[in-house]
Design a protein around this ligand. Structure first.
Ligand code: AMP
Length: 598
């Protein structure tokens, strides 16, 4: 397949924000494809070369890409810099500058396989001299590319290729292109993806063996399963009601979710909630896990929390976040901030996939599998049948340093639902007991220029929640407090890759910030209460026609949720539930679904 065909499809995809149209463009694009082109095209469209969990990074900074564009176009770097300042996008600059070069006559047309191979070489160039090597490969690629291809190649290497195709749309397209597009086919495609986290693999099996062949994709060591997620309820009696009056309550530890893959032989691998490999950050866990597991290969999940090994006390989560991304000094930090893994799930036990069994069965298996050590322990659990027992367990959990409880359904059919959020797991956090002070994970979609001490930087940010049904980010607040000097200095850097000249099509906002940003960075905020707002767009129309929900007095908690991607932020539906539960608490006689009467 020629790369041009892909680039043309990107042009069309960029021009629309309608999921149905996107799906149609994708279907048309992928239907004629077969492996390996199919996988290449799918990965490239998502700005990746391999499944996300493999963590392939190109390692091309803006300056390197600028240098490559200049060399390929035969102009100096300052020209590239100036033009990019005007257009706001190096990809556009590259396509404009390369028109002249391309006229000299391109060589052989670039294929999708060529592009993937060369981009992989860029990613693999490591060590001394690698920067030069990366530039050279990119120059060679750009010289061969048409202007349109160059635009997308440059965006790809910079990590700014966002044609707006989300995984869910790709799954839709796969089910339509290679099966009958029915609900059943779509569900099977998604299930295979949730289990393997590898779109290329799913697409390949689907093409070669059909929908039924997808059942051959099994959980495997080294290939993370997409995590099961929890719903929330405003109080413990609603939690129990959802679970037919009987639930296993566990301490909800406040740390980092870790999926540990422990093979029979060879290195243990740890994956974050976003399925990034984080093994190198927790050497004490990778060392101790094989001792704590009786029957390998195994895959377990748990929450990694900082602890005081002397007292066994759980420490605030902020301690553990200091370790994320730290490559140097690990030994020192490891001593300063020891962590412990509280295991709460088993997915593969002694080589047997067990995610399909009911929760009580899995918990029993986990208890048998685990031989607790100093750093690998079992999540504390109790089965409760009534609200007083649940309340007591909740209070104990909080006293022990948990942020609340996780209730788990004991019903038949309580299988591990990979990649799904549902009422089989319900979280109930400490904050619910004091009105609305539960935190919200909001996606930054814009910045407002600061004044006074903050002149020259952003003084506030526009945040949005996510609506998965419509694949939209809806604003709910503008937050400017809670940022200390370090955070203020760090934010622009963290947000630079997401800056974009116009409102991204997936963002819905009644406010226009000074700088738009593509949804990328997630911030944890708290506020006084949720109110109905004519300005904001979260859960629009749900409480009152044409009004959204807004957070009053928002404040950044200091926690950047690096472990969450934009689509894992708080959803509009969750925000609506928080609004309603707050109304319910304020005025118990109100119907649970209605706003407070005056
Ligand atoms: P939240 O991030 O607020 O949506 O809460 C869900 C998260 O709680 C999970 O992804 C886990 O990281 C974490 N967690 C802590 N303790 C438990 C537990 N006992 N069972 C399941 N998840 C837990």
């Amino acid at each position: 397949m020629r790369f041009t065909e892909l680039a043309e499809a990107y042009e069309r995809l960029e021009a629309t924000s309608k999921r149905l149209e996107m799906r149609a463009i994708l279907v048309e694009l992928i239907r004629p494809l077969r492996p390996p082109d199919l996988a290449h095209a799918l990965f490239l469209s998502q700005g990746m070369l391999r499944p996300e969990y493999e963590g392939v990074e190109l390692g091309v900074a803006d300056s390197l890409a600028r240098r490559a564009v200049a060399a390929a176009a035969g102009v100096d770097e300052s020209t590239v810099g100036k033009r990019t300042k005007a257009s706001g996008d190096l990809g556009t600059t590259a396509s404009e500058l390369l028109v002249a070069v391309h006229r000299l006559g391109p060589e052989e047309p670039l294929t999708v396989a060529d592009a993937t191979r060369e981009l992989t070489r860029i990613a693999e160039a490591k060590g001394p001299g690698s920067q030069e090597a990366k530039v050279q490969i990119l120059v060679d690629l750009l010289v061969r590319a048409t202007p349109l291809e160059a635009k997308f190649l440059v965006r790809f290497v910079l990590g700014t290729l966002r044609v707006g195709v989300r995984e869910m749309t790709i799954l839709d397209a796969l089910a339509e292109a290679f099966a009958d597009g029915s609900k059943d086919a779509r569900a099977k495609v998604e299930a295979a993806f949730n289990l393997s986290s590898d779109l290329g693999l799913v697409a390949g099996v689907l093409v070669e063996r059909g929908v039924e062949g997808l059942a051959s994709i099994e959980l495997e060591i080294g290939r993370p399963i997409r995590p099961m997620l929890a719903e929330r309820e405003p109080d413990l009696s609603s939690v129990l009601a959802r679970m037919d009056g009987r639930a296993a309550l566990e301490v909800k530890y406040d740390g980092l979710r870790v999926q540990a893959h422990v093979p029979r032989r060879g290195p243990v691998r740890l994956f974050s909630r976003r399925l990034e490999e984080i093994s190198a950050q927790f050497p004490e866990l990778t060392a101790e896990l094989p001792l704590a597991i009786r029957d390998t290969p195994a895959i377990i999940e748990g929450e990694c929390v900082p602890v005081d090994l002397d007292t066994g006390e759980i420490l605030p989560f902020q301690e553990v976040s200091r370790r994320r991304g730290r490559k140097h000094d690990l030994a020192r930090v490891q001593e300063e901030v020891p962590v412990c893994l509280f295991a709460f799930e088993v997915l593969l036990a002694g080589g047997t996939p067990v995610y399909g069994r009911s929760f009580p069965e899995r918990r029993a298996l986990l208890e048998g599998l685990l031989k607790p050590t100093e750093r690998v322990r079992l999540a504390v659990q109790e089965v409760v049948h009534d609200v007083p027992a649940a309340t007591r367990f909740f209070e104990e959990a909080v006293a022990a340093g948990g942020e609340g409880v996780m209730a788990k359904s004991l019903k038949e059919g309580s299988a591990y639902r990979a990649g799904a959020r549902g009422y089989w797991w319900i979280k109930y956090k400490r904050e619910y007991t004091v009105g609305l002070s539960d935190s919200i994970d909001g996606v930054v979609v814009g910045g407002f220029h600061g004044r006074g001490r903050r002149a020259g930087r952003f003084g506030a940010y526009l945040l949005a929640v996510y609506d998965p049904a419509r694949d939209r980010f809806e604003t709910f607040c503008k937050v400017g407090t809670g940022f200390d000097d370090a955070a203020l200095a760090e934010m622009p850097q963290r947000l630079a890759p997401f800056e974009t000249p116009a409102r991204p099509p997936s963002v819905e906002s009644g406010l226009t910030p000074d700088q738009w940003m593509r949804p990328g960075l997630v911030l944890e905020v708290r506020g006084a209460e949720l109110t109905v707002s004519p300005i904001h767009r979260a859960a629009i129309g749900a409480v009152r026609a044409e009004a959204g929900l807004a957070l009053r007095f928002p404040r950044f908690t200091g926690r950047i949720r690096d472990d969450k991607g934009p689509t894992e932020a708080t959803t509009s539906a969750e925000l609506l539930r928080m609004y309603r539960s707050q109304v319910r608490q304020a005025s118990p006689k109100d119907p649970p679904t209605g706003p407070a009467s005056p």
